[in-house]
Write a protein that binds this ligand. Sequence first.
Ligand code: AMP
Ligand code: MG
Length: 485
Amino acid sequence: MTLAETPNYKNSSNPFLTLNYESALESLGDDYYDEVAAAEFPQHILRWRNDALLPRLGLDPQAVTDEDFITAFGKFQGRKPLLALRYHGYQFGEYNRQLGDGRGFLYGQVRASDGELYDFGTKGSGRTPYSRGGDGMLTLKGGVREVLAAEALHYLGVRTSRCLTMIETGLSLWRGDEPSPTRSSVMVRMSSSHLRFGTFERLHYLQRPDLTKKLLDHVIEQYYPHLNAQQDKYVLFYAELVERFAKLAAQWMAAGFCHAVLNTDNMSITGESFDYGPYAFIPTYDPYFTAAYFDYYRRYCYSHQPSICKLNLEMLQEPLKAIIDKGELEAGLAKFDEHYYAEYGSLMLKKLGFEQLPHPAADELVNLTIEFLQDSQIGYHQFFYEMARTFSSKWRDEPGFVLNNSDIVPVPGVSAIFDNWCILYHKILNSFDCDRIDVIAQTLAVQNPKTVLLRPVIESTWEAIAQEDNWQPFYELVQQIQSRS
Ligand code: AMP
Ligand code: MG
């Protein structure tokens, strides 16, 4: 019985229970998931509600109570079936078939006001057939970190899932990477889909091309609907997936973000970024910056992200070969670099204040900026914020005026690159009419917010919660991120 047919909840006053749920994945049959039950928790304390998302669900935040969040997403009352998704994946290069939703499930799928289908996916909602030795739980710190990452990335223009809510659940958890016992939470993510590359890899492993095709048809119908009527829709799908991932990788790189665990079970089939565990924003431009302490060989370090996405896309060809010609797949993947460099160049130019620049000035400026940031080890985010903060039309007058009113002081050894950078930036500014200067200032300000989610910022926010149960710094931080201040 689906929710809509359940008389008790059809007339519920809880707006989350009467949303326009669709049984898109459920209707494919139970080859792709297992029905599960949610854990029962000793406590439910609403710690985060993402009111910014509610209008997209057709809901007025004023009309949604905290209790509505708790009943729906902490107690999971009135919603069935809850589906633990089946998937496999390559983890740090090794194929793992012991995967699947081990601490979460698909709570429901909703058509939002933008016409798109979204998943509500839980994290920390209890054990499932895929939990292996795990407790099925999410630490409170893990919940806090994912809420922050998703909001920060979204407001930096990265295509990402968001967190709808996070509820503290009153359990004591033991973790090797957090002082333990540590507090628990359940988090509900709103994402474009929880179908992963690993969902397809599992079907290939099971030698079920029939199920692969059925799932691929579903993916195209729901998430690539503009391709649905095309004769070569499968080829076009893969080509678009390649483009989406090339752009996503470029967005991470420009944002100075290191996802940290780019296993194929963390790669969404819609090309959206999701699942934030040990991620970090880079403090300085270090290509080998590695966010996960257990990533001993720096496989998923900052600068490897584009090539890892490309490799994962290449491995996805194995299951897709059942449907798409190998040559077509290879031709699709061959476009990755072109898409990546075009997007990365354009995003970096924006961070530098420009919507567009003629070639070769565009490449020259981006390359010199990276060279300076890498050699100087000046804060990556600080550099761009200082540009935004101190930008002045005076910078047009002389190269020596560029950034001279900022906190950017080049250390010995890099002053020559810095001087060259100032000369180039000055020259480029002078290629614009005076009346464009305000637009450049505006672009710099929009692209480079002051608040950056560097590790010390997250840690001090967490310490206030851990030591004093003081949530104010967390709410203030989210507010600053959301208001781009
Ligand atoms: P992740 O690294 O978060 O993408 O998770 C990798 C796999 O481990 C997935 O199958 C997760 O569902 C599972 N997993 C992670 N943590 C837990 C946990 N505490 N309990 C059960 N399963 C977990
Ligand atoms: Mg995952």
